[in-house]
Design a protein around this ligand. Sequence first.
Ligand SMILES: [Zn+2]
Length: 115
Amino acid sequence: MSQQQRRSSAYRAVSAGVEHLPLRPLWMCRRCGQPWPCGPAKLALVAEYRDSPVSLFLYLAGCLRDAIDDLHRLNPSVTGSASDIFDRFLGWPTRHTDSYRVATAEASRGEGTSS
Ligand SMILES: [Zn+2]
């Protein structure tokens, strides 16, 4: 067995027990290699912050800020698409959490009366 084979099988054994957490500074999932938050990470976050969606947004806002810093440092030309990375971190919970959806519906109703 070569050195490289030994290393990759050791890595597989370790990664099997790893949760779907971000690998910084790349912000890829440590487990499945998808851009973080991946599907399983989103499910875990929604479950973890079930009772406090505001805390979920605060956590993700912190992650977004760190990710912008990290990714900009890695490759300054990539951070041009700010809306994409915003949606990646903060867009998806608005489609998952009921309380945010209610608040948004009320806000848009208020906007409609002003014109
Ligand atoms: Zn993952």
